[in-house]
Design a protein around this ligand. Sequence first.
Ligand code: ADP
Ligand code: MG
Ligand code: MG
Length: 454
Amino acid sequence: MAALWEDVFSNEELLEEISTVAVDKALLMGVIMRTKENPNSSDVVSFAPITLLPSPVPRTLFEQAQSVQEDFNLLVDRISQNPSFLEQVLSSTMKVDDFIKRLFQIYRLVVAEGLAQSVFLGINRSDYMFDGREDGTTALKQIEINTIAASFGGLTSRTPAVHQHVLKMLGLTNEARNILPNNPSCGIARGIAKAWELYASEKAVVMFLVETTQRNIFDHRYVENELWNRPAPRFRDGHEVAVVYFRTGYVPQDYDEQDWEARLLMERSKAVKCPDVATQLVGTKKVQQELSRPRTLEKFLPDEPEAVARIRQTFTGLYTLDMGTEGDKTVEIALANPEQFVLKPQREGGGNNIYGEEIKQVLEKVKHGLERTSYILMDKIKPQPVKNCLLRAAGQTRLSQCISELGVFGVYVRHGDEMVLNERVGHLLRTKAIEHEDGGVAAGVAVLDNPYLV
Ligand code: ADP
Ligand code: MG
Ligand code: MG
């Protein structure tokens, strides 16, 4: 496969011609975004960035990522029901991170009052990279799990057709057949519909909470359209809300005082929040780091030793920066070998992590104070780069050495104590040039892709 792709990359004329075809096909299929200049108008749209050809993904690692997703769903749901664990794990972080603190205040209040909500809907995306080992093998390693506003489940459902078309145009008919079908938005809508049904109020509506700047609106629309395609009554504004689907609300800038009040109101209500504030907190990097401690997974999945093993296999080294000797040691190893690590604050949306020499600068500044506890340290995953061509609107066709990140979408619904739905509903492959350490598609760094299983 690599050789076939190389034939395309080394032929400049063919590359230009096929790139044009790929872009047109992306537009035809609805792999689209609003423009940076006009994020709130659909008058002019452009294609969402995408690779020219699918990227190789080891079949065994792809299957491993699929097979662990239901375990992660269960784990996230269990942790979200354990206030004392969340309190303990996030206690130092919330002292220095105002955003986490405010979320936690809401959480404490609703726990103290008793939850009005009895139906729970989780839509998450667990992201991985393929770590290259010294012995030449690769391992699946989790980057993070997103429990709020996990995006691209819509757009990615239209990208297989683009790569199939490109491969066919290149005469690679058999290869075209190997592109996997994929439609996360259908499964996401199924979860939302199930939660709505269990809420059991015919007239209640599903509310999509969206950002003020809506460049990625078509990604929401796919989920929305899947819902409209289902046999269900239709109602509009002025009605009771059964399900709140958050596509915003994951960074401090998303909230002014009024929004915090609105969030509190929602959390106190019996509406199904996707996610509720507890589940949002479960998605923090701090929780991820604490889960990697010995015997922690067992606490949440005591009756599931195989699930524990499957989950743990995807973990890489994660280190606390809490005050104390353990955190001191983390500072030491990071300062000695910054290239081996990523320093992560409790933020979402890409572009927040710290790498290499900058780790030194930041740690030197914060290492003696409580401020360091707003970060965690993580082993840096080092995938083997592969050549691909990244297609962007208003950009030139660009050949780059690239690395990919595989996401698997998970959906679950719990009614009281009973898990009534627990599924993996599709995948997302994002690819970026190696010169960028951080950042996803929305951040303008990565582009959409499809796995080509090898
Ligand atoms: P966010 O919630 O902002 O998306 P992530 O943990 O996913 O935070 O980090 C953002 C990006 O940084 C990832 O998409 C990946 O490209 C890169 N990254 C994060 N953690 C690692 C790691 N351990 N090794 C290598 N790259 C990483
Ligand atoms: Mg994230
Ligand atoms: Mg991420």
